[in-house]
Write a protein that binds this ligand. Structure first.
Ligand SMILES: C[S@@+](CC[C@H](N)C(=O)[O-])C[C@H]1O[C@@H](n2cnc3c(N)ncnc32)[C@H](O)[C@@H]1O
Length: 265
């Protein structure tokens, strides 16, 4: 109802603006400037009132949006907790990433390279949402998620994205099934530490082989040490800690070292 009232106030402003413009253009009949001035004053006043009405209604609708976001977050947290209770090692966290961490992750994506952005372990889509807000179209997203419940939710929330219900560690096979599209970046929320080191290393190596040369593999982690400490032919760096996240986390970036000759080519 509030939205309808706001829309009406907006429409009214548009109509009044059109009338003001038409009145200004109309030739003066009998040179009656006084009448035109009074009419213009009246129309301007009505338009100002419509504008005030619209802005008076705005905070209410914004508050509603905030409440709705809180509601959605609580529902997601409950979902996450349920998933975690069913499979703590796979879920890897008791709650979705917070907005600050999700945005920091999305910030590192290099969407200017051609191809898709692959998200591993998207969960309820906290980072996916940050990617959309950063301007990445849903059609460029490939989301690989292990939990069927989360996959259902992701399909509902991000209808344009390709959602694969499967194992992120089988990245090469999954991408082959999708026709091996070029990959601009890989962004991962997987709980890497629950897997043995050789599996983590293989995943990183596969991603680097499949991605645009030198593109980032973006991984968040709550741990003090990097998920993979050394990798031949790759470099890594870390972000600041996001202390507002529960638990605090930071982002690790892995990139293949690109030979100068392959840059020139
Ligand atoms: C720590 S949660 C992160 C969720 C989300 N990215 C976020 O930041 O809120 C890890 C997610 O990875 C998924 N996951 C764990 N192992 C996986 C695997 N092998 N393949 C695909 N998804 C996996 C879990 O189901 C869960 O949704």
């Amino acid at each position: 109802m509030i939205e309808t009232a706001r829309q009406r106030a907006k429409d009214m402003q548009l109509r009044l603006s059109a009338e003001i413009q038409a009145l200004r253009k109309r030739p003066l009949a009998g040179g009656d400037k006084g009448t035109r001035r009074r009419e213009l004053t009246l129309l301007n006043e009505l338009r100002a009132r419509a504008r005030r009405t619209e802005s008076d209604l705005e905070p209410i609708s914004r508050r509603r949006q905030v409440l709705r976001n809180i509601q959605l977050r609580l529902v997601d947290e409950a979902r996450f907790l349920r998933n975690w209770a069913g499979n703590p090692l796979k879920t890897g966290a008791v709650a979705p990433s917070g907005q600050e961490l999700s945005r920091l992750m999305a910030h590192y994506v290099e969407a200017e390279h051609p191809g898709v952005i692959v998200e591993l372990g998207p969960g309820t889509g906290a980072v996916t949402q940050a990617l959309l807000e950063r301007g990445v179209p849903a059609e460029r997203l490939v989301l690989i998620e292990y939990s069927p419940d989360f996959c259902e939710l992701l399909r509902e929330r991000f209808p344009g994205a390709t959602v694969v219900n499967g194992n992120a560690y089988a990245l090469s096979d999954t991408m082959a099934e999708l026709g091996n599209p070029p990959i601009a970046s890989v962004i991962s929320g997987l709980p890497l530490f629950t897997r043995p080191l050789p599996e983590r290393e293989r995943l990183l190596a596969d991603a680097m082989r499949l991605m645009h040369p030198g593109a980032p593999f973006i991984q968040f982690s709550y741990a003090l040490v990097p998920p993979v400490k050394r990798m031949v032919g790759a470099t890594f760096s870390t972000s600041r800690w996001v202390l507002a996240n529960l638990p605090p986390a930071r982002v690790w970036l892995y990139r293949a070292v690109v030979e100068r000759s392959s840059i020139a080519a």
